[in-house]
Design a protein around this ligand. Structure first.
Ligand SMILES: Nc1nc2c(c(=O)[nH]1)N[C@H]1C(S)=C(S)[C@@H](COP(=O)(O)OP(=O)(O)OC[C@H]3O[C@@H](n4cnc5c(=O)[nH]c(N)nc54)[C@H](O)[C@@H]3O)O[C@H]1N2
Ligand SMILES: Nc1nc2c(c(=O)[nH]1)N[C@H]1C(S)=C(S)[C@@H](COP(=O)(O)OP(=O)(O)OC[C@H]3O[C@@H](n4cnc5c(=O)[nH]c(N)nc54)[C@H](O)[C@@H]3O)O[C@H]1N2
Ligand SMILES: [Mo]
Length: 759
């Protein structure tokens, strides 16, 4: 039977610490995932559900965006995919009775973990102005309330339409269409906090903001560099791909301030030998200081330039622009500065260089460790310089591989979820739907928060996600949210954003990926795009969590009809009945989707075109791949301070907390921990097991404090510290963002550690 959710809260956060692990997955992972799944779903449902994940007739795993291999195992899921599924397919329910028993003020005192553990939302719920708790409302009334507020605004730009990355292509396309017919480009999304830096850097340098490799390329690579990523926890199926690459002869360099167990050794639970012994993955571990990556790649580039015959002259001559300026900057790279910025030794960098020079086919993979710093965009541009130098783009076994987070975050952007849409996209919308889309830029996440804070935006609508917990500067963000007239969340599960509301608030419960979607036109499926630009169908099989749920496409269609009324010539009713009619429109608006309905019938899906990968054509402003030459930057710490990165534990999915353990890092039963290098700890007088407050220091002089963290002596790079998100979001200043991409710099927060008053 499925167990009961925790009743008491705060859940006791009492961390216990053991030695970190040196291998990931294997038998403990299987056992752990099954235990968690059975607590939520019971035994039978666990078996039935988990067998459908990532199968060709099943649903796309709502976990990460890593692609499905051509030959799928019966159980093509991983421990953390199983947890993501269990979280959604849980048998626990949050009914109107629950809301009657818990006023909003009570919900606001609960931990995110407790809220999430209560189960699936079952009814549309409304918090009236001045009321102390949510009450059930009919759907039609909910749409009336939203329409009332939206039509009462001084300008459509006073409304915000946020998207989290689980939303299907069909729902995302309809949602942006609705927002634009209504009159705004205010479409902030989780990508603004995630891979925006990758998109910015790649668009400028190669002409498309997406990765250029397919799974097969990984299998053919000589060298794979994994920088700023923890796949053992966040993309576990990537470990199988790396294992296969290694058995084909690839070598792997890991660049990370933390030794992450998954990159050390992988015990593949799908092979008998892997289950016990496992494969060593990393050949060279570069334990870099936080923010040192640009300096590292710059120096490697200098060393390549200085090596006879190392540059792919033909590629550079034929396909690139800006080489002269770049070589001038690269030749100026300085060893001493690089050693300071990276904390690495000369010998390590020399060894990396020899591996780079020995490789004919190199891939660089990265995630949040590269994207969430002030200088993330120039860092990723430097990675591109590195690959361009040796012609490592647009041929098999080579290329850029930003590994996406949410399972359809890449697809949402392709569908037009973007506050700064390309004019060509708007032209296509205009032609297809016969309205004039707004042309001005909208707000991204950080700007949306400022707009609410400054009373420039008054209605906040979220298609999924947990905006107040995922965003930086929690106190500022929550205060901003509370100034709104109306906050609306389309959600599957309860979260903190439902408890920090505008004057009025709505919760609109929706179907998850795993659930059957029955509409007027029969059973529907949706489509998603993975991290490598593969598009395929996803079909839910479970009965919906409640009879009162609407699908995301249905919610958008009904809302659009209610708000736009006669003004809209778009066939919203038909779209709601039959998602194939939506795909027909996507095919006419979005490049690469021709014949969408026919092609998505192939269970393996299809690859979207990618000019640099497919034809070595670079659709940039210069028509070539652009070398760039930004000055090298790296964080400089004042005396006695540490640079804090805010990252994920093994038992969480972003703001959804599955449990209080971080198994691979040896941490159990608690999340308020800060990992500090033992040498730094000694110098700063921080005993292992003692408690500290984290105080963030930013130029605005405001004191941001997160209290009561247990110090854990941990082998991270010198000068660096790590603690979990979202507990530490309170420390990330709203204005501390990456240049160009405006992504919160949540991996480089300057902190001082102060003796804790609480423990
Ligand atoms: N189970 C699970 N899966 C997930 C998620 C989840 O929360 N849980 N989240 C999903 C989402 S939305 C995303 S975006 C991805 C996130 O996937 P990751 O990016 O792997 O997630 P983080 O935990 O933020 O880990 C960042 C990694 O970068 C390293 N790092 C930090 N700073 C630096 C630096 O300056 N340089 C280098 N080289 N490394 C650095 C950290 O030590 C850590 O290993 O995962 C997705 N998949
Ligand atoms: N400090 C710090 N902050 C960060 C990060 C970091 O590394 N450090 N990482 C950033 C990153 S990479 C990201 S992507 C963002 C994540 O930001 P978000 O995407 O906003 O946050 P999630 O926690 O993924 O959202 C979880 C909620 O989504 C809802 N949900 C789940 N499935 C569905 C569904 O199918 N449909 C709908 N409508 N709702 C659903 C549930 O109600 C659940 O509570 O956080 C960012 N914030
Ligand atoms: Mo993300």
């Amino acid at each position: 039977m499925a167990g009961k959710p925790p009743q008491s809260d705060p859940v006791q956060d009492a961390p216990q610490v053991a030695e970190p692990k040196h291998a990931a997955a294997g038998l403990p992972a299987v056992g752990h995932s099954l235990r968690m799944a059975q607590q939520q779903m019971g035994v039978k449902r666990t078996a039935l559900t988990l067998l459908r994940v990532n199968q060709k007739d099943g649903f796309d795993c709502p976990g990460c965006a890593w692609p499905e291999p051509e030959h799928r195992h019966t159980a093509e899921f991983c421990e953390n995919g199983a947890k993501a599924v269990a979280e959604e397919a849980t048998l626990r329910r949050v009914t109107p009775d629950f809301f009657a028993a818990h006023p909003v003020a009570d919900l606001a005192t609960r931990s995110g973990y407790w809220l999430g553990q209560q189960g699936r939302l079952t009814h549309p719920m409304y918090l009236a102005e001045g009321a102390d708790r949510y009450e059930a409302v009919p759907w039609e009334r909910a749409f009336d309330i939203i329409a009332e507020e939206l039509t009462g605004l001084g300008s459509p730009d006073e409304a915000l339409f946020y998207t989290s990355g689980r939303t299907s292509n069909e729902a995302a396309f309809l949602y942006q269409l609705f927002a634009r017919e209504y009159g705004t480009n205010n479409l902030p999304d989780c990508s603004n906090m995630c891979h925006e830096s990758s998109g910015s850097a790649l668009n400028e340098t190669i002409g498309i903001g997406k990765g250029s490799v397919l799974l097969d390329d990984l299998y053919q690579a000589d060298l794979i560099i994994v920088a700023g990523q923890n796949p053992g926890t966040n993309h576990p199926r990537m470990l199988s791909a790396l294992e296969k690459a290694k058995s084909n002869g690839a070598r792997i360099i890991t660049v990370n301030p933390l030794p992450e167990a998954g990159m050390e050794r992988f015990k593949n639970p799908q092979t008998p030998q892997g289950m016990f012994k496992g494969a060593a993955l990393t050949d060279l571990f570069l334990q870099i200081r936080i923010g040192g990556d640009q300096a590292l790649f710059r120096l490697l580039n200098k060393l390549i330039l200085e090596t006879e015959g190392a540059v792919d002259e033909e590629f550079v001559g034929e396909h690139t622009h800006g080489y002269e300026e770049f070589t001038e900057a690269a030749r100026a790279a300085d060893w001493d500065e690089t050693l300071t910025a990276t904390g690495l030794t000369r010998a390590q960098i020399d060894e990396a260089l020899s591996m780079v020079l020995a490789s004919k086919r190199t891939i660089v993979c990265w995630a949040m460790g590269l994207t969430q710093h002030k200088h993330s965009v120039p860092t990723i541009r430097e990675v591109v310089n590195f690959l361009l130098l040796r012609g490592n783009i647009g041929r098999p076994g080579a290329g850029v591989c930003p590994v996406r987070g949410h399972s359809n975050v890449q697809g949402d952007r392709t569908m037009g979820i973007f506050e700064r849409p390309a004019p060509a996209f708007l032209d296509a919308l205009e032609k297809e739907f016969g309205f004039a889309p707004p042309r001005g830029h909208g707000y991204d996440v950080v700007r949306a928060i400022r707009a609410m804070r400054d009373d420039k935006a008054k209605v906040f609508f979220a298609m999924g996600g947990n905006f107040v917990s995922a965003s930086p500067d929690t106190e500022v963000t929550e205060a901003a949210m509370r100034r709104a007239r109306l906050t609306v969340h389309v959600s599957t599960k309860l979260n903190r954003s439902h408890a920090v509301t505008g004057a009025r608030a709505l919760i609109l419960p929706t179907l998850g990926r795993t659930e059957r979607d029955l509409q007027g036109g029969g059973e529907q499926f949706v489509t998603v795009e993975d991290s490598m630009g593969m598009v395929h169908a996803s079909r839910g099989r479970l009965d919906p969590a409640s009879d009162h749920l609407l699908s995301e496409p249905a919610i958008v269609c009904r809302l659009a009809r209610r708000v736009l009324g006669e003004d809209s010539r778009t066939p919203w009713e038909e779209f709601e009945k039959d998602y194939a009619t939506v795909r027909d429109r996507i095919a006419r608006v979005v490049p690469g989707f021709d014949d969408f309905n026919a092609r998505v019938a192939d269970p393996a899906g299809f690859a979207l075109p990618h000019a640099p990968r497919d034809e070595r054509r670079f659709p940039t402003a210069t028509g070539k791949a652009n070398f760039t030459a930004a000055p090298v930057e790296y964080p400089k710490l004042p005396e006695g301070r540490l640079l804090l990165q805010t990252l994920r534990s093994h038992d969480q999915y972003n703001t959804t907390i599955y449990g209080l353990d971080d198994r691979y890092r040896g941490i159990k039963n608690g999340r308020r921990v800060v990992l500090v290098n033992p040498e730094d700890a000694r110098e700063l007088g921080l005993a292992d097991g003692s408690y500290t407050d984290l105080v963030s220091e930013w130029k605005d002089g405001v004191e941001r404090r997160a209290a009561g963290f247990r110090i854990v002596h941990y082998p991270t790079a010198r000068g660096c510290a790590a603690a979990y998100y979202p507990e530490t979001n309170v420390l990330v200043p709203l204005d501390a963002t990456a240049d160009t991409s405006n992504t919160p710099a949540s991996k480089s927060v300057v902190v001082r550690l102060e003796q804790s008053a609480t423990n």
